[in-house]
Ligand binder design. Structure first.
Ligand SMILES: Nc1ncnc2c1ncn2[C@@H]1O[C@H](COP(=O)(O)OP(=O)(O)OP(=O)(O)O)[C@@H](O)[C@H]1O
Ligand SMILES: [Mg+2]
Length: 153
């Protein structure tokens, strides 16, 4: 894992990872820097590594157990020491207004962490993000190369 850029002025942190394990290390680092409440958007193509990063963040926050992708039920909840993590994957959302039925406003409290994959599908119906993480596959000699950029609001 290479931390290629760290600039508080730009409110941006950038990592390069060359394996799933290194992405897990980035997730663990992000978990150690997080404060509750937070709303984090994860942006990137299919297979970029959003769920992998989320899994490592949730496990690093102390959740012992498998973190599964919430693709079919939109939202999954995990209790951790600092509060409750809500992992959302909105890929299959057909209309952002469907989010009204989830009652997200009621879930948002000082002890909440929202981790939202495909936030662009829920535009207008989501909590504003204080961190946006963009994951990109880097197409070079390794199929496992990823760039992970944290942008703080
Ligand atoms: N450096 C890396 N970081 C993360 N994942 C990697 C890396 N190298 C290879 N992979 C592989 O890429 C895949 C990433 O899948 P993951 O489900 O995390 O992506 P995703 O962005 O959540 O996709 P989706 O939009 O479908 O939910 C996994 O199969 C993982 O093993
Ligand atoms: Mg995913």
């Amino acid at each position: 894992m290479i931390n290629s850029k760290s600039s508080p002025e730009e409110r941006q942190l950038s990592f390069e990872t060359c394996s799933l394990e290194q992405t897990y290390e980035v997730g663990s680092k992000i978990a150690s820097m997080l404060s509750f409440p937070s709303c984090i958007y994860l942006v990137g193509d299919l297979g970029a590594g959003k769920t992998s990063l989320v899994k490592s963040i949730i496990n690093s926050l102390g959740y012992v157990g498998e973190v599964t992708s919430p693709t079919y039920n939109l939202i999954q909840e995990y209790k951790v020491g600092q509060g409750v993590v809500y992992h959302m994957d909105l890929y299959r959302l057909e209309d952002p207004s469907e989010l009204e039925y989830l009652g997200l406003d009621d879930l948002w409290s000082s002890h909440s962490l929202f981790l939202i994959e495909w936030p662009e599908k829920g535009e207008g119906f989501l909590q504003r993000a204080n961190i946006e993480i963009t994951l990109r596959k880097i197409f070079d000699s390794s199929v496992n190369h990823r760039n992970i950029v944290l942008q703080y609001a």
